[in-house]
Design a protein around this ligand. Structure first.
Ligand SMILES: [Cu+2]
Length: 252
């Protein structure tokens, strides 16, 4: 009876996970969000390559373990085996995983380089981490705000200059394939090019204090026209000297 329940539960979890990964339009968890940028697509491909490269080792070792548990279950007073090393086997299990790592390394380093070297930037945004919110600056437009969604145009290369005013934070938007630390006293770089309009969610990914879990990130990717309108609405109002701010004229 117990065995049946165990088998049924395992099967259920396996099938449910498979459904979640392959078919669910709105998965219950947010692991593996749909990639929304070329970088995120590369990251996803790398993820599957790595999975394929390491899965045989997991299956083989777990299978052997399971086999050994069943087959060599010790009876009382059983004599332990006395064999020692097997050089050929040891060479094989050193070289094969090393090969797997080499296979993983090529696409990984290619993607890492892509992340490090942004193409020509269409929009520069400064990202500043605070305990516990994000501040954004658009230096070109002199726009500056905090605790509001970042608004960017679709299909444009957005480069981020990240820093922090207090402790280390990390700007993490999974759908963009971007996770960049924001360090005090330093500027780190990241970039993305969102391929579709929409709202994308992220979160600070570096434990930064008591309210770390509330440092959400929202990015609104909009069309060019919508972005222009947004810029118009948010551009700074030029300060005209009023009586209160104008320099006091000396009475003569
Ligand atoms: Cu943080």
């Amino acid at each position: 009876m117990k065995k049946k329940i165990l088998i049924f539960a395992t099967l259920f979890i396996a099938l449910f996970s498979l459904y979640q990964i392959l078919y669910a339009e709105q998965p219950l968890t947010n692991w593996l969000q749909n990639p929304a940028t070329p970088l995120a697509k590369d990251v996803r491909t790398n993820f599957w390559i790595s999975m394929l490269a390491i899965l045989p080792f997991l299956l083989l070792s777990e299978g052997l373990l399971f086999y050994a548990i069943v087959k060599f279950k010790a009876k009382p007073n059983a004599k332990p085996a006395t064999f020692h090393e097997n050089v050929r086997l040891e060479i094989a299990w050193t070289i094969l995983p090393a090969l797997a790592l080499i296979i993983i390394a090529f696409p990984t380093f290619t993607t890492l380089k892509k992340m490090e070297v942004p193409p020509k930037s269409d929009l520069v945004v400064e990202v500043i981490g605070h305990q516990f919110f994000w501040e954004y600056k658009y230096p070109k437009y002199e726009i500056n705000f905090a605790e509001k969604p970042l608004v960017v145009p679709v299909n444009k290369v957005v480069t981020l200059n990240c820093t922090s005013v207090d402790v280390i934070h990390s700007w993490f938007v999974p759908a963009f394939g971007v996770k960049q630390d924001a360090n005090p006293g330093r500027i780190t770089h990241a970039w993305f090019k969102a391929l579709q309009t929409g709202t994308y969610k992220g979160q600070c990914a570096e434990l930064c204090g008591a309210l770390h879990a509330l440092m959400y990130i929202t990015v609104k990717v909009v069309t060019d026209e919508e972005f222009e309108t947004w810029l118009e609405k948010n551009k700074p109002v030029p300060v005209t000297p009023t009586e209160a701010t104008a320099p006091v004229k000396s009475k003569t």
